[in-house]
Design a protein around this ligand. Sequence first.
Ligand SMILES: Nc1nc(=O)c2c([nH]1)NC[C@@H]1CN(c3ccc(C(=O)N[C@@H](CCC(=O)O)C(=O)O)cc3)CN21
Ligand SMILES: O=c1ccn([C@H]2C[C@H](O)[C@@H](COP(=O)(O)O)O2)c(=O)[nH]1
Length: 283
Amino acid sequence: MKQYLELCQRIVDDGVWIENKRTNKRCLTVVNADLTFDVANNQFPLITTRKSFWKSAIAELLGYIRGYDNAADFRALGTKTWDMNANDNLAWLNNPHRKGEDDMGRVYGVQGRSWQKSDGSTIDQLRKIVDNLSEGIDDRGEILTFYNPGEFDMGCLRPCMHTHTFSLLGDTLYLTSYQRSCDVPLGLNFNQVQVYTLLALMAQITGKKPGLAYHKIINAHIYEDQLSLLRDVQLTRTPFASPKLIINPKIKSLEDLETWVTMDDFEVLGYEHHEAIKYPFSV
Ligand SMILES: Nc1nc(=O)c2c([nH]1)NC[C@@H]1CN(c3ccc(C(=O)N[C@@H](CCC(=O)O)C(=O)O)cc3)CN21
Ligand SMILES: O=c1ccn([C@H]2C[C@H](O)[C@@H](COP(=O)(O)O)O2)c(=O)[nH]1
């Protein structure tokens, strides 16, 4: 929580106002932030200075793991986070690649599970990583990347948290996640839960011990219409201690994640938090 609050304060104190063309809003912006989460000791980085909808964040992650490309599938898992980008974004609505209501196109998990090759076949990046790690192999290229510039025009949004690199030291698994663009009041609240949970889940299904998760952010920003709520409300609150994330130990494989896992397989213990804050969302 300390790292999150320090980043918020840094943006408020040192941020530069940058005009964003896509959303037509100004963003108070800093460049480069490094967060570290202690997954080994179950220090779940859930925001406590407001109510955080952590199930929605984990549902989104599970949708990426499954390779979903449709906001309706994300809703069925328990999150509405893709509704606006799939259905309310004019550039995407006018894009000939859009297959209709709720389609997100070739974003995130689609790239992770079925990256298209020029011969028409596909690459399942996640399957290869799970197979290698399960056998104790780290080929120094255990990289899951959603960043495919050749297909940006086929999706509703370029991926923000775009690359996850796994590293094995003995039987301890580490994760380094890269994020090019970060909406600190809304997105980061979800993204840090996802980085943490991705390492915890990957360690569990490959039979490794989880170590640290490193979260590297490039452009960290606050939209102009979020600033007063963040600075004058959220930042004046005193944080509570980190809660714990409990994952159903019956989850043992990638197939389990793909087939029967639901949000009921995740539980948070000891979550003390301040009241919810409704931040404006920019499409
Ligand atoms: N401007 C913007 N910020 C983002 O964080 C973001 C995007 N766009 N587009 C793609 C995804 C979608 N994400 C989202 C979308 C919505 C919420 C959101 O509304 N969160 C609320 C309520 C969540 C709930 O009730 O489930 C929150 O208070 O955290 C969060 C992240 C993260 N990403
Ligand atoms: O996981 C996510 C997804 C998106 N965001 C935020 C970061 C930006 O505010 C927008 C994306 O806009 P771009 O113009 O494509 O950078 O969504 C996030 O924080 N986390």
